[in-house]
Design a binder for this molecule. Structure first.
Ligand SMILES: N[C@@H](CCC(=O)N[C@@H](CS)C(=O)NCC(=O)O)C(=O)O
Length: 205
């Protein structure tokens, strides 16, 4: 039995953690959670994640939830894989910014656009401000590339990159060259391909 166990619904936000684990290359087990059968709301799973959401990651006896936290944790816990920017490096601040920007700005901007609120959006009240600014900020950061932190691919690319990939796939983000090129670079990564193949196999089963 591996020391890392991913509680995963295939495909879903937990596919982001699956991709991260493939980038990491450490052995891991998968426990499949069937959302359609309400597995995520059964007592066994609520004991793992009381939010009733996937993903959750068990590392030894510790459970980590929230996908961006899982990616941050794995990158820091296995620094030899060079998927983080270590403590003591000022650039880590920028790296952390992107890890928080995913769940704090990018995802809510995309979800609000897909399921608009009844009232007019109030920019000052919304943590992400507005959709166009959020997209412009990410596109600008990708102009140079190849990755958010330049030449080094990091966990921040797994978090933001997943938003871009899903957003592109479901036409929820603007069609921009920066996004299309970035999504193509991600799609060429063997770890992303392995994760996608595993997801296909699991959802077909
Ligand atoms: N904030 C969570 C969100 C996780 C989430 O919403 N997961 C969805 C799958 S895409 C889920 O578990 N949905 C089942 C439900 O809410 O019943 C994270 O970033 O990990």
């Amino acid at each position: 039995m591996a020391n890392l166990t991913l509680y995963h619904a295939s495909p879903s936000r937990s596919s982001i953690a699956l991709w991260m684990l493939e980038e990491l290359g450490e052995p891991y087990d998968i426990k499949l959670i069937k959302l359609s059968q309400g597995d995520n709301l059964k007592p066994d799973y609520l004991a793992i994640n009381p939010m009733g959401k996937v993903p959750a990651l068990k590392h030894a006896d510790t459970v980590i939830t929230e996908v961006a936290a899982i990616c941050t944790y794995l990158a820091d816990e296995f620094p030899q894989k060079k998927l983080n920017i270590p403590v003591g490096t000022p650039r880590r601040g920028v790296y952390l910014k992107w890890l928080f920007f995913g769940p704090g700005c990018m995802e809510p901007a995309v979800i609000d656009r897909a399921a608009p609120r009844q009232e007019p959006a109030r920019r000052a009240m919304l943590g992400y401000g507005d959709f166009d600014t959020t997209m412009n900020v990410v596109a600008k950061a990708l102009e140079t590339g190849p990755w958010l932190m330049g030449e080094q691919f990091t966990a921040a690319d797994v978090v933001i990159g997943s938003n871009i990939r899903w957003g592109t796939m479901f036409k929820m983000i603007p069609e921009r060259k920066e996004f299309a090129d970035y999504a193509a670079r991600i799609a060429a990564r063997p770890a992303a391909q392995r994760a996608e193949a595993k997801d296909k196999e699991m959802s077909a089963a």
